[in-house]
Design a protein around this ligand. Structure first.
Ligand SMILES: Nc1nc2c(ncn2[C@@H]2O[C@H](COP(=O)(O)OP(=O)(O)OP(=O)(O)O)[C@@H](O)[C@H]2O)c(=O)[nH]1
Ligand SMILES: [Mg+2]
Length: 429
């Protein structure tokens, strides 16, 4: 990306919160992530500003004094781009651009721009264009969009021309054309999905840059694009599970059906809603899977928060309740290896691997087999006559098939769930 850009844009970042969060370090994590995004888009981040205040100016999102401070810095240091972590309204953008006098973007806009640059297939391109147009519709009259030929660079890629030269009516028309085209692709995709019914299906999901594509390559002996940049993958690639080591081949041969694995777009905190909407058909692969491998970069200090964001996004795309195996990746660069014990107790359905180094792939395949094939099994557990606490635990962590209250105890038939089994057996009489 950098190579195609004439000039690297000198950029400053801005974070604002009405809550006093100086001690929570949320602003540092958010600004670090925003900085990675900006660099992924080819910007050079030279400074970050943040402000915690109840007395913000509604015209600008941040306080007027801060706006002046940023404006001064921008002028003195030849800054061409200011990126806000916070979502900005049309009014904020217009007022900020008047004061700061350079191009202003918010995080959503930046993510859309990265998606536009990384989209390779026709479907991904259409999906991004749709999201960009829907995002820009209420913000059409922004000053810099009309001047974007002059400004160029980040935030002007994609439907730029359409945005500048046509009016709202034409954009709406383009949106409906895009929706029709995507619907046609979706019909083809459904046919493919039907053909895949004879396979067991896995999807790799997770925060962006955690190593999903690297894991797909390892598990399927393929060579999809891997890059230490955010949103390297925007399209679903599906391959047959085919890892050829001694331990894994033996287990794979025992799977009841062939296994397909799909890699897909990564998630991020505050992924723009219209992006999720327009990527729903790509993400339907996830919804139709038998098992999700939720890949986590355990070497990232912020991984717990990232797990939460991924779970929320899964809910948003309608994949809540799918069986999930947590795959803690990048153990090769994990400094505090002590963490592994605690994490595996906290998350019984988890494995610790390095996709890059091929560490622990056999354990991963075994766990996948366990989770994919337990479905048909049932286990009978007998609890003591009045062990309602035990019964409620079972309701909490297993799928109950039948409960019988006998004089000798409570007989519960459950669909075997590897996560709870050990714990349950202790309760059996
Ligand atoms: N040290 C280490 N690096 C890894 C491991 N797995 C992946 N990486 C690196 O992490 C970076 C991101 O890997 P990808 O496989 O592209 O990650 P992704 O989740 O597909 O990322 P997006 O498609 O951008 O969301 C690359 O630089 C990989 O080489 C690992 O086990 N250990
Ligand atoms: Mg990827």
């Amino acid at each position: 990306m950098l190579e195609t850009r004439k000039e690297i844009e000198k950029t400053v970042l801005v974070y604002f919160s009405v809550k006093d969060g100086k001690n929570s370090y949320d602003h540092i994590q958010s600004l670090n992530e925003l900085s990675s995004l900006a660099e992924t888009a080819g910007a050079e981040v030279v400074k970050s500003f943040y402000q915690f205040s109840h007395n913000y100016d509604s015209r600008f999102m941040i306080g007027k004094g801060k706006v002046q401070e940023i404006a001064g810095y921008v002028e003195d240091n030849n800054i061409s781009l200011v990126i806000f972590e916070n979502e900005l309204s049309y009014t904020h953008l217009r007022n900020l651009e008047q004061e700061i006098k350079c191009k202003i973007l918010d995080k959503s806009n930046l993510i859309l721009d990265i998606f536009a640059r990384n989209a390779k297939t026709a479907q991904a391109k259409l999906q991004v264009e749709l999201a960009q147009l829907e995002y820009s519709l209420p913000r059409l009259t922004r000053q810099w969009t009309h001047l974007s030929k002059q400004y160029g660079g980040i935030g002007t890629k994609g439907p730029g021309e359409t945005q500048i030269e046509t009016d709202r009516r034409l954009i709406k028309k383009r949106i409906s054309v895009l929706k029709e085209k995507l619907e046609k692709i979706n019909v083809q995709r459904k046919t493919q999905a039907d053909e895949r019914k004879n396979f067991l299906r896995l999807s790799l999901v997770g925060y962006t840059n955690v190593g999903k594509s690297t894991l797909l390559n390892l598990l399927t002996d393929s060579d999809v694009y891997v890059e230490n940049k955010l949103f390297a993958t925007l399209d679903t690639s599906t391959r047959v599970l085919n890892i050829k080591t001694k331990d894994t081949e033996a287990v794979i041969s025992k799977f009841p059906k062939k296994v397909l694995i799909s890699d897909t777009v990564g998630f991020i905190k505050n992924l723009p809603h219209n992006l999720i909407e327009s990527f729903k058909s790509t993400l339907s692969e996830v919804v139709e899977s038998d098992l999700l491998l939720h890949v986590v970069d355990v070497s990232n200090n912020n991984f717990e928060e990232q797990i939460k964001v991924v779970n929320e996004t899964l809910e948003e795309i309608g994949a809540k309740g799918k069986p999930i195996l947590l795959v803690f990746n990048k153990v090769d660069i994990l400094e505090n290896k002590e963490m592994i014990k605690g994490l595996s107790q906290k998350h019984p359905n988890s494995v610790f691997i390095s996709a890059k180094k091929g560490i622990n792939s056999a354990a991963l395949i075994l766990k996948v087999k366990e989770m994919l094939t337990h479905d048909t099994k049932e286990t009978v557990i007998k609890l003591k006559p009045h062990d309602y606490k035990g019964l409620s635990t079972l309701y909490g962590n297993s799928e109950i098939r039948e409960v019988k209250y006998l004089k000798t105890g409570i007989k519960v038939t459950i669909k075997t769930k590897p996560s709870g089994k050990k714990h349950l057996e202790k309760k059996t009489i």
